[in-house]
Write a protein that binds this ligand. Structure first.
Ligand SMILES: Cc1cc2nc3c(=O)[nH]c(=O)nc-3n(C[C@H](O)[C@H](O)[C@H](O)COP(=O)(O)O)c2cc1C
Length: 237
């Protein structure tokens, strides 16, 4: 059967189709459970959630499906090392965006207060709640976190925008790799080089990674239906 791929076996799902987890409070328990109950893998983007909120959402998902589902975090969730953007950097960004805000008649936002990475506390709750699948973007969690996931039976999925990132994820021992083409969701989860220099399209990236990496790959970006899909990979859409 076309749908019995390595990815669907590893994930314990019927169809190798993964719902892209949307961060920024755009995911819903309802959609996650509908996708998982239909045989795909529902995904919840939780990078803005507090640890307590992650527990609540996880309990709600567990109550609405007994099928595998995925929780997603950002392994690196601040733009600056210590969470601080300088006044000059902020002014430069303001200059770039001002014409768009002016066009829409919206005031530019104030510079937000610096914030610390939430990933460490969030991941502790993931290890406690043990969702069937844990995916992440913008980097690779520590070897200790990945080892704990494997020990607890949590399947791990990392996102790559280049071949080098896929090789890094494979060396770290993740179970599955998302090949995130430049079409994917309008933003790049790059972590080894800049997003601007990691803009290979989905289907070329897929072939580049397939040649060098043995870990099963999931294609993400610009796939709207079966005709636009691809052979030999699962889909994250
Ligand atoms: C609004 C929005 C938010 C997203 N947030 C996340 C996220 O938090 N984590 C993640 O792994 N992917 C995120 N993505 C990427 C999707 O999971 C997926 O890879 C991408 O949308 C696939 O490309 P497509 O939209 O062309 O199908 C987001 C995409 C969009 C459009």
């Amino acid at each position: 059967m076309w749908y019995q791929t390595k990815a669907s076996k590893i994930l314990g799902i019927q169809y190798p189709i993964l719902q892209g987890p949307f961060g920024g409070n755009l995911s819903s328990v309802e959609l996650v459970s509908i996708v998982s109950n239909a045989g795909g893998l529902g995904g919840y983007g939780a990078y803005t959630l507090s640890p307590e909120e992650i527990i609540q959402v996880d309990e709600q998902i567990k109550a609405s499906t007994n099928k595998p589902y995925n929780f997603n975090l950002w392994a690196s969730d601040t733009d600056a090392v210590d969470g601080t953007v300088s006044d000059e950097e902020f002014k430069n960004a303001e200059r770039l965006f001002k014409p768009y805000f002016d066009e829409l008649g919206i005031a530019l936002p104030e510079k937000p207060a610096p914030f610390k990475s939430r990933f460490e506390n969030q991941v502790e709750v993931i290890l406690h709640q043990k969702p069937p699948v844990f995916s992440f973007m913008f980097g690779v969690p520590s070897a200790d976190i990945l080892e704990q996931c494997h020990r607890l039976g949590i399947i791990t999925i990392g996102a790559a925008t280049t071949l080098d990132e896929a090789i890094t994820l494979e060396s770290a021992g993740v179970d599955l790799i998302i090949a995130s083409g430049f079409e994917a969701g309008g933003h790049r989860p790059s972590f080894l080089t800049s997003a601007e220099s990691s803009t290979t399209g989905t289907f070329v990236l897929l072939q580049l990674i397939k040649e060098k990496v043995k870990t099963p790959i999931i294609a993400a970006g610009g796939i709207a239906n079966g005709k636009g899909g691809c052979c030999g990979a699962s889909t994250w859409c």
